[in-house]
Design a protein around this ligand. Structure first.
Ligand SMILES: Cc1cc2nc3c(=O)[nH]c(=O)nc-3n(C[C@H](O)[C@H](O)[C@H](O)COP(=O)(O)O)c2cc1C
Length: 451
């Protein structure tokens, strides 16, 4: 389903807020996105953006129900269905033309004049693209790779890419070794399955358009770019084309990052040589440190971690990121041995760099339900025996409590919590509930009134 059809569906579902007041791209739009994200979690479209004719859409994937809508599945089956589909692959197909070719600008490039790029946070240095999928090819193998990367708009035709993670960061390294420039395309505003697939944690050499095709259960249509040897989704709203000289690293940031703190570093500069867009394009914005970030990262991380975790620990059922503490993983298990939680905690804390804590819960606790997880912590967790602290582990650059140690890099300590009830419990740890017949009836009834 292309982005525009998805937005129409949200409208029908009353899951889209239309803001008609004129708002500035500087702080005002992101402030509204943030409040809506935290209160109702609805998507939001800003119809009147000061100085622009294009609307801005935001909070598209801040709730599981909308990722489920994109996949065409029931919300409670989202993670399971996602896991099933990403095991397969469907190759994209290159078509001769598409809406993204409706307007192509190659002269007098002026990014900020054409696109309502938002300045999100108080101390951000300026406007940042936050939902851009960066596409490039491996300079040695020619295999395509992609990921979402923040990009600071530095001038009328320059962007600075936050390029920490593979595969594009690896391509740039190879381009540098071969003394070549790296061609990139930046895609903003695509169907949400391509968006979700773009951050699937994949081994190198995987074309994530094949994952997007698997999620869609059909090929993604691509068109060739105008000035670079790359292909982009035919239905995209905006596409920038450009080249990175890998020798040219410049100061980027500060920018309010995914974990909610400001970050600045040196990153590569890209000279933009073409802007493509559809007629009346819609600009897709994403707030970092939001529900949408957790959902996108969560799906990518679950797709990567769950299969190997299940293989190592057959008691594992599923896992998710704590929505209120994104450095924490919640793992649901069907415990067969009292020692299993400890073993899982040791493994996760030692191997997953993005977390500083993990909680193990039983299979009657939904890791996506913060109330249920809170219940497990308040009734089943025994601090004396259920706590594990590990020190000297590898830290993550966006979690500022990690410390730099000479010769080792960033190091941190981590917390593991076993919030499972004892095996063979007689019922004293059961959570109160209403009978399922009444719960089902209530759920259908309430959905009619509330989002
Ligand atoms: C919302 C969001 C924003 C991201 N921003 C960046 C970024 O600015 N820089 C970066 O290197 N990676 C960023 N990532 C991670 C990359 O897109 C990453 O490559 C991807 O999640 C995993 O793919 P990989 O296994 O191919 O690395 C972001 C991920 C998400 C979900």
């Amino acid at each position: 389903m292309e982005l525009r059809d998805f937005i129409s569906n949200l409208e029908e579902d009353k899951d889209l807020v239309r803001i008609k007041e004129s708002l500035s791209t500087k702080h005002e739009i992101s402030a509204v996105m943030d409040i809506i994200d935290k209160r109702s979690g609805q998507a939001v479209i800003f119809e009147n953006v000061e100085g622009y004719s294009s609307p801005v859409i935001g909070n598209l994937l801040s709730k599981h129900r909308r990722a489920a809508l994109a996949m065409g599945v029931d919300e409670k089956n989202l993670v399971q269905e996602y896991m099933k589909r990403v095991q397969t692959k469907v190759k994209p197909r290159v078509v001769s033309d598409g809406p993204i070719k409706e307007i192509v600008i190659k002269d007098k490039i002026n990014i900020i004049k054409e696109i309502p790029v938002l300045t999100h946070h108080e101390r951000d240095i300026g406007p940042y693209f936050t939902s851009g999928i960066v596409i490039a090819k491996d300079p040695e193998t020619g295999v395509r790779g992609m990921g979402i990367h923040r990009m600071q708009v530095r001038s009328a035709d320059e962007i600075i890419l936050n390029l920490a993670r593979p595969p594009v960061a690896t391509f740039l390294k190879k381009a540098k070794e071969n003394q070549r420039e790296l061609e990139i395309a930046v895609v903003i505003g695509v169907d949400l399955l391509t968006f979700i697939a773009s951050v699937f944690f994949s081994p190198s050499g995987v074309d994530k358009f094949e994952i997007a095709g698997a999620l869609k259960k059909g090929p993604i249509d691509l068109v060739k770019c105008t000035t670079v040897d790359l292909e982009v989704p035919a239905q995209s709203e905006f596409v920038l084309e450009g080249k990175i000289d890998p020798r040219n690293m410049v100061e980027e940031g500060p920018f309010g990052e995914s974990w909610g703190t400001y970050f600045e570093t040196k990153n590569p500069l890209c000279k933009v040589q073409a802007i493509n867009h559809r007629h009346e394009p819609i600009y897709h914005a994403l707030t970092s440190f939001s529900g949408e970030e957790v959902l996108l990262s969560g799906l990518g991380m679950v797709g990567h971690t769950l299969p190997s975790l299940e293989e190592k620990f057959p008691d594992v059922v599923t896992l998710w990121i704590d929505p209120f503490n994104r450095s924490s993983l919640i793992v649901q298990i069907k415990k067969s041995n009292e020692d299993t939680p400890k073993k899982i905690l040791e493994y996760l804390l030692s191997n997953i760099i993005f977390i500083n804590s993990a909680i193990i819960v039983d299979d009657d606790i939904d890791p996506l339900d913060p109330y249920a997880v809170g219940f497990a912590l308040s009734t089943r967790y025994k601090p004396q025996s259920g706590t594990m602290i590990m020190d000297g582990l590898k830290g993550f650059h966006l979690i500022p409590s990690s410390v730099m140690k000479e010769g080792t890099g960033l190091v941190t300590s981590k917390l593991g919590i076993d919030a499972t009830k004892p095996l063979h419990d007689s019922g004293k740890y059961d959570m109160v509930k209403v009978p399922s017949s009444a719960a089902d009836k209530a759920s259908k009834l309430v959905t009619k009134y509330l989002k």
